[in-house]
Design a protein around this ligand. Structure first.
Ligand code: HAM
Length: 419
């Protein structure tokens, strides 16, 4: 007989999300979308793959994401398609396809979606991962920058991640702003080329701004006296940045100015920010974002400013310091005979209809086994049904936190247990 067993291992850099981690993952995604929806952001979902040019032109050929990390393939029609490595270019493509920019602006959108990047796997860095994020498209006002940053910050605090907010402005591409600055930075990097680590020399020519992202000690040292973007912003970008900072101060939001923060995707303009966590090790970025006022035009659309952020859900899970998410099962029904099992199924149905999260045994376990399952389910209450309880139309009600137990008539159960 040929060996028909396939490898049970998921591909490198991917992972299965299993309980109990998957409960936490689901709770975090729900918390994110809830917080964003409460601020007027509507949930959207784009396809898991796009025409390659959406990312090539949107994210930019100069970025490592496009250059090295995309999962690109041809479909049966010979089209070049790419698994979504990030959400912003895909959301902008969606906006343009449906002409959403013709309606009221800004468009406020949010998502919780899978992303795919062919990176070297390590803790907190995967090839298939999830992001929760928001995009506010169609306003150039500093107030929307402040709103987006405040929303991200509050979400990260509610997710118990102890975030530190780093803030910068990287201006816009014209010669009077980032363009002129890049000429200066390039000259500086050329003059110090021999001090840069080997892998950074090429990048210094092709994408000089990204030199600031190098983890190589010699490059970091060489960049100590490098010119910084914040001293070379044009008046309009400097004014925008100042107004964003003033608004964040009004909101009593702590931020650290980090003029070396450059972000990895080419579409960013003006405000750039990242939240980092000391609990994450080398992949310290929890969440990142910024303005992308040129993205729509890069895709062939009209002038349409935008700003947003995305958080890696796996990194949120690693960074969390708070208690785990409460179980949505509030009640576990323990049934001790065939007749009790029939009643248990009906009781579960009516409790669930009344909005009470409820689970029960389907394996004919004994009392001890079912009580163990009740604790494992995370329920606060165990409802115990035996023959005697059935005869007297009552149930044993045990609080699994305090271990207190009492007898409750059936007709009062729903009222006692309703949330
Ligand atoms: P990004 O900085 O490339 O930005 O990714 C955002 C977040 O996704 C990172 O801070 C990190 O938490 C998570 N992340 C990135 N790569 C990986 C990976 N390989 N494994 C696990 N987590 C990862 C963007 O993607 C932009 N679209 C954000 C944005 C939205 N900017 C404006 N609007």
């Amino acid at each position: 007989m040929p060996d028909r067993r396939i490898s049970f291992r998921a591909p490198p850099g991917t992972r299965d999300l299993l309980p109990p981690e998957s409960w936490e993952w689901q709770a975090l995604s729900r918390l994110a979308i809830d917080s964003f929806e409460r601020a007027g952001y509507a949930p959207v979902e784009t396809p898991a793959f796009e025409h390659t040019e959406v990312f090539a032109r949107g994210v930019g050929e100069g970025s490592e994401v496009v250059h090295k990390q995309m999962y690109t393939f041809s479909d049966q029609g010979g089209r070049s398609l790419t698994l979504r490595p990030e959400g912003t270019a895909a959301v902008m493509r969606m906006v343009l396809e449906h002409s959403l920019q013709r309606g009221p602006l800004p468009l406020k959108l949010c998502y919780s979606s899978a992303m795919f990047r062919q990176e070297r796997p390590q803790k907190g860095r995967y090839r298939a991962f999830f992001q929760v994020g928001i995009e506010a498209i169609g306003s150039l006002e500093p107030s929307i920058d402040a709103e987006v940053i405040e929303l991200g910050h509050r979400f990260l605090l509610n997710a118990e991640t102890e975030p530190r907010l780093l803030l910068n402005s990287i201006g816009h591409p014209s010669e009077s702003c980032r363009g002129g600055y890049l000429d200066k930075l390039r000259s500086f990097l050329r003059a110090h080329s021999s001090d840069l680590a080997e892998p950074d020399r090429q990048r210094a020519e092709t994408n000089p701004l990204r030199s600031f992202d190098s983890k190589e000690p010699s490059t970091i040292a060489a960049l100590e006296d490098a010119p910084l973007i914040t001293s070379h912003l044009c008046d309009a970008c400097r004014d925008h940045f100042q107004r964003v900072q003033d608004l964040l101060t009004d909101l009593e939001l702590d931020f650290e100015l980090e003029p070396r923060l450059v972000r990895g995707l080419d579409f960013y303009t003006r405000t750039a920010f990242e939240w980092v966590s000391s609990n994450l090790g080398s992949q310290s970025a929890l969440c990142g974002g910024g303005r992308y006022d040129g993205l729509s035009q890069a895709l062939g659309g009209p002038e349409l400013g935008g700003i947003g952020f995305a958080c890696g859900v796996e990194r949120l899970l690693l960074a969390r310091t708070g208690p785990s998410a409460p179980s949505l099962v509030g009640v576990y029904i323990v049934a001790l005979s065939d007749e009790a099992r029939r009643e248990a199924l009906m009781l579960a149905s009516s409790l669930r209809s009344a909005g009470v999260g409820c689970d029960l045994d389907h394996s004919r376990r004994g009392l001890k086994g079912q009580m163990k399952d009740a604790v494992r389910s995370g329920a606060t209450w165990a409802v115990i049904l035996g023959d005697e309880e059935l005869r007297e139309r009552r149930a044993g009600l045990k609080n699994l936190r305090t271990q207190e137990q009492e007898q409750v008539p059936w007709h009062q159960l729903e009222k006692r247990l309703a949330p």
